[in-house]
Design a protein around this ligand. Structure first.
Ligand code: SAM
Length: 179
């Protein structure tokens, strides 16, 4: 099962922080990559830096044509879900999306009307307005049934040693080699 996030409607100055959070949440909670329908190098740089430091193989592709990506994903047999408060509520749709190769589309400002029809399924995380970061996190958690939190991220420069109190971070071989 491959899961990618497609972020559309990103406005470079205004959405910088929230789009970075979409990417970091996608990575931390078990998605494989993010497509960004805007040519914002800063977003890619900051998420790539997180991957270098903390591991895993999450990818970011910027400047994508969102309609083309959706079309291609579907042609390759994947399913496209659009997160919107107007969709089917997640508990009623989870069985239909679990185990599929998924492209999860999240908006920023008002999304183009055509997206509601282009997506295979419009999914709401509760039928009330809130946030793309919260919606994405809950969808990923439902898809992985909580197991994404146990994912091992390898290949980074640093590793967190979970600590009951204080902060414990160790350099990996990669970090030592670089110094
Ligand atoms: N006002 C915008 C509109 O009408 O399209 C939505 C803005 S909202 C802050 C940004 C994104 O959060 C939406 O495009 C959607 O992907 C996501 N979102 C917000 N509430 C949601 C919900 N209840 N369920 C699923 N996604 C939601």
């Amino acid at each position: 099962m491959t899961i990618v996030v497609l972020r559309i409607g990103h406005r470079p100055t205004r959405d910088m922080r929230i789009t970075t959070h979409v990417g970091m949440t996608a990575r931390a909670l078990g998605a494989d990559g993010m497509f960004l329908a805007a040519d914002d190098h800063k977003i890619k740089e900051s998420i790539d830096k997180v991957v270098r430091r903390w591991g895993g193989d999450f990818f970011v592709r910027i400047g994508v044509d969102w309609k083309k990506e959706i079309k291609q994903w579907k042609e390759n047999g994947g399913m496209v879900i659009h997160l919107t408060m107007y969709g089917l509520n997640l508990p009623n749709a989870i069985a239909e999306i679990k185990g599929r190769d998924l492209m999860i589309v999240v908006g920023a400002e008002k999304v183009p009307a055509s997206l509601y029809d282009l997506a295979d399924l419009n999914i709401a995380v509760g039928n009330q307005p809130h946030s793309e970061v919260a919606a994405l996190a809950l969808v990923l958690d439902h898809l992985h049934a909580g197991n994404e939190l146990r994912k091992d991220f390898t290949g980074g420069e640093r590793k967190i040693i979970p600590a009951r109190s204080g902060k414990h971070v160790e350099p990996t071989n990669l970090d030592v080699e670089r110094v």
